[in-house]
Design a protein around this ligand. Sequence first.
Ligand code: DP6
Length: 383
Amino acid sequence: MQNIDTYCLCREKRKHYIYYLYSGKKNSMKPITISQGHTYSTTWSSPSNIALVKYWGKKGEQIPANPSFSFTLDKCKTTTTLDISPMDTCEEEYSVKVYLNDTCEPSFVPKIKEFFARIKQYAPYLSDYSFTLHTANTFPHSSGIASSASGMSALALCLVDFENAFSAVKMSESQMKHRASFYARLGSGSASRSIYPVGAVWGEHPSYQNSSDLYAVEVEGIHKVFTTFLDTVLLVEKGKKSVSSTIGHALMKGHPYAEKRFLQANENMNILHTILQNGDVNALGTLTESEALTLHAMMMTASPYYILFAPATIAAINEIWAERKNNGTQVYFTLDAGANVHVLYPESAKDTVRTFIDEKLKPLCAGGAYIHDNVGGGAEKIS
Ligand code: DP6
């Protein structure tokens, strides 16, 4: 357990346990128990996010090697309905069924059971109930957009909602969000940031108040130019990427440039803190581009080395640089751990950039596909 008090959890006596909720202490999350025999259904929608300062490398169990910041997206999201009922038999530790767009997806079950195993010490009720998930993404499954951030955060919120409904002590909205972010992080690190509106930090950093390695926090006071920022995702390469992020993180262990990279990310978080307050679009854009290229440089200099760029990724970057140089357009890019390009621009440049995208970038996308997204309001309860 990570900095967390442990409590003996005896299955038979579980319902008599005191209801531990949230310690109120920094970096701490207590196990929660709920009485047995409830049925519940809840639906949450949670967006994807795009990191400006990248999380790349971890310590121990889902502890980031460096802090990261992301803008929360709006249109690329997952909506999950979680139906919970008392488990009839005790044959298996977790009873989970998953439907993606109403089609049963047994291939998703192992990942969710692995997630349950990680959070079980904080949510011991998981083996007393059966869980059925109906989940749907707004973006196509094969688009190369990772659904783990939106999917894991939506599921985490459903679980915390269930806890809040049947625990003796009610959580405040911010306690619920921190708890959900804590769970989401254990499912997928970047998922911890998706819950909050506009922008979130995950990983302890002195410039960001209350920041923690264990969950993400909302960044307050972000300049208004960034609250309406736009992100068009160019779907350069569809399908599953050749090396997963989880493997990429692991390759930072023993990486020759790892320590310098972690220091640089911390410095960039400091610089970004000032930029987020003063609204300097060019400073944000160029810092973000440098972060994206550093992320991919880490992949290219890992052992074994690999490349996730596609030829069209580099072509799109060159078009963006040419547009900025020749026409002074405020247009920038970032990349995830894949070939797709996120085109970032302020609302004031929308018309110019969208014309530029249609003329110069659309031909580089697989099937001409892209998704216009924008900075959004975070996760929400649907029903
Ligand atoms: C490049 O959160 O997908 O998008 O914790 O192993 O699930 P796991 O990794 P994941 O890594 C995301 C890496 C990134 C940068 C970022 O989002 O900060």
